[in-house]
Design a binder for this molecule. Sequence first.
Ligand code: 13P
Length: 255
Amino acid sequence: MRKKVVVGNWKMNKTKQEAVQLTTDVLDMLNNTGSIACDVVFAPPFPFMDSINDLISAKNGMFLAAQDCSKHEKGSFTGEVSAKITQSMGANYIIIGHSERRAFFKEDNATLIEKITRCTAAQLVPIFCCGEEAADRESGKHLEVIEQQISEVLLCFSAQELNNVIIAYEPVWSIGTGNTASPEIAQEMHQFIRSIIEKKFGEEFANNTSILYGGSCNAANSKELFSKPDIDGGLIGGASLVAQDFVSIIRNCAN
Ligand code: 13P
């Protein structure tokens, strides 16, 4: 059966000292709880990956993600970080297609396909993000938009290449706005996403694919969101920057 997963996407936040402190606090709080029945993934900025990996690599159920990777394999691309480099830093996952990358860095589907190709070639698992804009939902096109985002990128790969892929549904209108999708809206979309995956890869693959919700998910609303049958955890932004909040979300997922 599919895994429950909580991912903390720190985006471009924290200094190195703050990042180490945050991780140490999260680990201390979780240690007091005994074993945790969900996977916890930390996605710090690239320069902190090594330090965070040192703190979590020996812990059960704790994993490291890169927030992005270059679409190139290697070479003269100043400032870029390859999937293989992140793998050598201890990454298990790479977040691909976050709406901020799509919007601010103009990442299109062709770029996302190249990034997933680099990711899987480095033996890493993509956390593939999709999500509609407010206008798409207002015009009733939200299902169509998500189907397009998934079919034009993820469905270009084989089941073998996408083994263990994680999908994150992050409606753009809910990211950083405090405007969380209702559990019903999120569940409807997660079920829809699972049905798209099932059509292409079959029931077993779909049932084993973790689909996370992201967008103003916090300590107060995560329990209800995670209680829905197709919501397998969360991709957390702001609330992952506060140890107590992140730990509460992890507990809500593990229960
Ligand atoms: P917030 O939780 O801050 O809304 O961000 C969600 C997100 O974009 C995680 O990738």
